[in-house]
Write a protein that binds this ligand. Structure first.
Ligand SMILES: Cc1cc2nc3c(=O)[nH]c(=O)nc-3n(C[C@H](O)[C@H](O)[C@H](O)COP(=O)(O)OP(=O)(O)OC[C@H]3O[C@@H](n4cnc5c(N)ncnc54)[C@H](O)[C@@H]3O)c2cc1C
Length: 379
């Protein structure tokens, strides 16, 4: 692994930095307001107009054909510029790449463009009340009806569903087949009365995610992705991209938070305290380890053509480091960090969910134990 940028990579980074310098995202609106999503959507449109919405996508689909390292640079710079994650992050990082692997030419023509421009937001309808970590236990049913499917069931924790036009929905199409085999991956149009979205209020006061009640919604055959009965494999492509794609943005976001906390501690004269300095130092080391592990993940993609299980390690370590940092912030800033709506108050509360979303820490530990370390399976 060589961490020095080539001339081409340096030029890519400089062009991007210049673009961010000319396109300040402006101050972040409070999380609990609709203005927050509008801010992210607006910034994605600006990225799109500048040709930067998805540099990692191939040129023929509206990307820049960026290499893996350039894509990492993109996320690092996005974080550095304090720009938001694009509103359609699930479409850009999960849905688009899944379509590129499994979609027909017609599906790619139809869906990829509006993902890039943020015209059509995507959400991920995987989890259900009784199927989270064990996704293959899902019960939502899709029954063939003429040239399409009728879907009935319930999804939960569906982030961004209130803004979404399309849902990546995994449903059971064969009740007789083995658990993982009877599933199909659909793109469901959210604009139909048979799909009800009910926002769930989180501890932070915002509603990022929702319950989704699907009562006889229709999906045409043309919106099956990757073939009937092949849903498990297609869903794995989505999940692999989820853990790998965000690694760089997340580690830069953590770095930014840590730098801000160090500034806060310095302003309060707390850096003279050896214990505080020690804990901040330990977080600095973890942040650097995360950066290097994210780069190591690139090597895995280069070798095997797809993200490896190392992405699980990064996500697990990231969520722990975040919780540790938010806890330290609360200890250092005292009641200032406990004010509702304050930045550190938000970080403290939001950090709890990091070790659940995108795979819980326990599940990630299982993956690392079995597939990275080669330990025997627990069950
Ligand atoms: C902020 C946020 C956003 C989300 N967004 C989405 C979204 O957009 N779309 C979507 O589909 N889902 C989304 N989720 C759901 C998320 O993927 C699930 O919450 C997660 O997969 C865990 O599933 P569960 O909640 O059903 O918990 P369960 O799977 O029921 O787990 C309960 C507990 O048991 C542990 N556990 C379970 N199985 C094992 C095992 N084999 N070994 C050891 N421990 C185990 C878990 O670690 C956990 O602590 C989101 C969640 C959050 C918090």
């Amino acid at each position: 692994m060589d961490l020095t940028f080539s001339e081409r990579e340096t030029a890519f980074r400089d062009e991007l930095r210049a673009w961010f310098a000319a396109n300040d995202p402006g101050p972040e609106p409070p999380h609990r307001e609709d203005a927050h999503f509008a801010w992210r959507r607006d910034f994605q449109r600006r990225l799109y107009e500048g040709g930067w919405a998805a540099p990692h996508w191939p040129v023929e689909h509206g990307g820049r054909g960026a290499t893996l390292t350039e894509s990492a640079i993109f996320f690092e710079e996005l974080g550095r510029a304090r720009a938001p994650l694009p509103a359609n992050v699930l479409g850009l990082l999960l849905g688009g790449p899944t379509l590129m692997v499994w979609g027909t030419e017609q599906q790619k023509d139809l869906f990829l463009g509006p993902i890039l421009s943020a015209e059509e937001i995507w959400c991920q309808g995987f989890s259900e009340p009784d199927a989270g970590s064990d996704l293959a236990a899902l019960k939502t049913r899709a029954v063939r009806d003429g040239d399409g499917w009728v879907v009935t069931g319930q999804k939960v924790w569906t982030s961004g569903a209130q803004h979404a036009k399309w849902c990546m929905l995994v449903a059971r199409t064969d009740a007789e087949a083995a658990k993982h085999k009877g599933l199909t991956y659909f793109l469901m149009d959210m604009d139909q009365p048979e799909v009800q979205v009910r926002p769930l209020r989180q501890i932070t006061g915002e509603s990022e995610f929702n319950e989704l009640f699907v009562e006889g919604a229709r999906i045409p055959d043309g919106n099956v992705i990757g073939g009937v009965g092949n849903g498990w494999k297609v869903a794995l492509t989505t999940l692999m991209n989820e853990r790998a794609g965000l690694a760089f943005f997340l580690q830069v976001r953590l770095r930014r938070l840590l730098d801000d906390l160090i500034d806060e501690a310095a302003a309060r004269g707390l850096l003279e305290d050896d214990v505080v300095a020690d804990r901040l130092g330990a977080l600095h080391v973890k942040t650097e380890i995360l950066r290097l592990t994210a780069y190591r993940g690139l090597t895995a993609v280069e070798k095997y053509g797809q993200p490896g299980p190392e992405g699980s390690l990064t996500k697990w370590m990231w969520s722990e480091a975040n919780q540790e940092l938010a806890q330290l912030a609360a200890e250092l800033l005292g009641s200032d960090a406990l004010v509702a709506g304050s930045r550190w108050g938000y970080e403290l509360l939001r950090a709890r969910g990091y070790s659940i979303e995108g795979g819980t820490t326990e599940i990630l530990k299982n993956i690392v134990a079995e597939r990275v370390l080669g330990l025997p399976r627990a069950r």
